[in-house]
Design a protein around this ligand. Sequence first.
Ligand code: UD1
Ligand code: UDP
Length: 369
Amino acid sequence: MTPSPSMLIDIIAGARPNFIKIAPILAALRAAIERGAPWRTRLVHTGQHYDRAMSSSFFDQLGIPAPDLNLEVGSGTQAEQTAAIMIRYEQALLQERSDLCIVVGDVTSTMACTIVARKLGVEVAHVEGGIRSGDWTMPEEINRVVTDSIANWFFTTSATANANLRAAGVSDDRIVFVGNTMIDTLRRHLHELRPPEFWGTLGLAPKKYLVLTLHRPANVDGEGKLLAHLRAIAEGAGPVPVVFPVHPRTAKGLQALGGAIPGLHYVEPLGYLEFNYLVQHALGVITDSGGVTEEATVLGVPCLTLRDTTERPETVTIGTNELIGTDPGKVGPALARLRAGQWKTGGIPEKWDGEAARRIVAFLERKLR
Ligand code: UD1
Ligand code: UDP
């Protein structure tokens, strides 16, 4: 990286989990600038997610400043979205070229902006680089592999990610094991978590309900699979209420299903503080999210993942997560174990201590001197 008197650092965010990951990085960059680092930041929101509940709610709750640039790409097919982000981010870089582009996670915005930046000779640092599910049916796996094949620097969450990068030929000096910025955010806001409005009206009480999130295309696109999952979950939960904040992708599938399933309480996507309050006090979480498995691990809450693979193996080997698979028939027995109090207890993965963003910025301060 070539230092300049006012180096411009782009930070890219497009989808819900991105906002949670960038919050502590932006805060740490701001602190470094206040200490005298000769940097400016440009927060680029691609517009991949745009509903208030999927986007601005996180800016408000997590104290993220308004984006400097919103590319407003909206929804579309994989190619439409990738193309729109690439075209608009390229225009932004041609207007003002940045010196470093920081991307997080594995969404389409991550990959699209990485390609654009590298083709214009801008160095890219990938936060959460190196994780792999081995499942090529997931768009995220392609995003990860493409991003990591051309990024310059990798800020990693686990020893497994480091090993994956080394196996792909990345030299050690480009890999920085920093920990997990999503967990930085969780630790920073733990004392502010608060019950959602419906806590009282649904009669929820600690350890007496389950939380459900589903949004992977493999689970929710196509009514048959979604219905089979929901029926199995409602049946396996028995009298335990299931709170289900519905992702907009899943909402489309639910519309086609018609009537509600008894025992499942559909709610809008929740704010960060309310969602993690629910997770913290839940008997367990049923999910296909990546980030939620990490949060459940740190909060010590049993987590059933409706996937066959994970790019976050430490949530299973160290944490409270278990891969139940995508066969709805597996849900009942797993929920029976959970309700009988037979779930494993977990530990906390290495460096998931709330300091990841500070490690990232400390590295940049050394590198960009
Ligand atoms: C995306 C990411 C996924 C991530 C998830 C987090 C990719 C390939 N997928 O999946 O890795 O786990 O975000 O939530 O990048 N929609 C709205 N309002 C919004 C956003 C989306 O209604 O604010 C609807 C649209 O109908 C859209 C659909 O949700 O077509 C899917 O959105 P999209 O961003 O394409 O993928 P996600 O499933 O959200
Ligand atoms: N989340 C939230 N409200 C919700 C559901 C999830 O704030 O109703 C947060 C959750 O705490 C986690 C993140 O969204 O930090 C996970 O995002 P998502 O599951 O959409 O994406 P993934 O992690 O699977 O990429």
